[in-house]
Design a protein around this ligand. Structure first.
Ligand code: TXA
Ligand code: MG
Length: 318
């Protein structure tokens, strides 16, 4: 049985024993283990049922721990780290040789970030090792933004979720790597492209799925609810044509009108994309639990965090 507790010392004890613990971050909850423990890392992959080629993000407490993990730190990476750490930015950097290849999916690079959550920062500061942590969901399922979601997924397979409340940003970190000294954005995330470009100028985006993607989490199907889902520009016509179905609607903003379908969720009444992003996964979890025939989501405006939200919705319908 999984325990939910905000007692950091319990997490420390389990992690020191090479076990795996779910931890809160400002993006989503993570499944954390000691990066130097093969036992812990294998358990992460096994519990999550994640293929071994898909690398894990390494979480550190402060920027001076970076030299333990990465062997190069390009100028643009420094600028981004300065602007956004602790925070929802993962940098892909050439790895130090002592980082086990199982953590990095066999790659010579390592994804690293300093999360911005007081409990997890405090935990990291008290440990003698960084934590590898993918999102705490089974492979291809919706990421967890509360301890309750983690418990739903891993009731019988994990010893502890460190309680840290609802994740403030609610969507995974933005991932940036470097090719020939050029910064490349591999995953749209909690920091918008516009905010990244304010720091380092125009950035190339390679967020689309490939057969051998640089960020394997970018495989087409990901973040998916079990209920069949559609992403549409105009949901009204669809609802009209599917009157016999139990439909749940996911909308960005606007008025409530519940007569034509079973259930509606509005992510931000005032039309704030940050608020919408923070509620996206918890709302998908909720809609997925209502035994609906169909979830229809409205496409978001393609600016700022709207791009990241559309990206996740597109992966949820595949
Ligand atoms: O917000 C987040 O990033 C959360 C929290 C827990 O920190 N973590 C997270 O981890 O989303 P995960 O494993 O679900 O997604 C990490 C993504 C994967 O798509 C993985 O392929 C990519 O990061 N990644 C990690 N290390 C990489 C590397 N060395 N090269 C390329 N991609 C990498
Ligand atoms: Mg994930």
């Amino acid at each position: 049985m999984i325990q939910i507790s905000s007692d950091i010392s319990k997490a420390i004890e389990l992690l020191n024993r090479e076990d795996v613990v779910a931890i809160p971050t400002e993006t989503v909850y993570g499944l954390a283990g000691n990066i130097y423990s093969e036992k812990a890392i294998r358990k992460i992959f096994q519990v999550k049922q994640r293929p071994l080629f898909n690398p894990l993000i390494v979480h550190i407490a402060s920027i001076d721990q970076l030299e333990k993990v990465a062997r190069e730190f390009p100028i643009k990476a420094q600028k981004l780290a300065e602007a956004f750490w602790p925070g929802s930015l993962t940098l892909i950097l050439p790895k130090k040789s002592n980082i086990p290849l199982i953590v990095t999916g066999g790659k010579d690079t390592v994804g690293v970030r300093i999360p911005n959550h007081p409990i997890t920062l405090s935990l990291l500061k008290q440990l003698s090792f960084p934590l590898a942590a993918p999102s705490a969901n089974p492979y291809n399922r919706i990421s967890p933004t509360s301890s309750y979601h983690v418990k739903g997924y891993f009731e019988n397979t994990l010893p502890l979720v460190l309680e840290g409340g609802e994740c403030k940003n609610g969507i995974e970190s933005t991932i940036i790597g470097f090719e020939n000294n050029e910064a490349i954005l591999y995953r749209l995330g909690a920091i918008s492209v516009e905010d990244i470009e304010k720091i380092i100028g125009k950035i190339q985006i390679k967020n689309k799925s490939e057969t051998t993607p640089n960020a394997p989490g970018m495989l087409a199907k990901h973040y998916a609810p079990k209920t069949k889902m559609y992403l549409l520009n105009d949901i009204d016509e669809f609802i009209e044509n599917n009157k016999s179905k139990k439909i749940g609607v996911l909308k960005f903003k606007g008025e409530l009108n519940t007569t034509r379908f079973e259930h509606i969720e509005i992510l931000s009444i005032s039309g704030d994309l940050k608020e919408a992003a923070s509620k996206l996964y918890s709302t998908l979890h909720k809609l997925d639990s209502l035994n609906l025939d169909i979830i229809v989501a409205e496409r978001f405006p393609n600016v700022g965090l709207g791009k990241s939200i559309n990206d996740r919705l597109e992966r949820a319908i595949k």
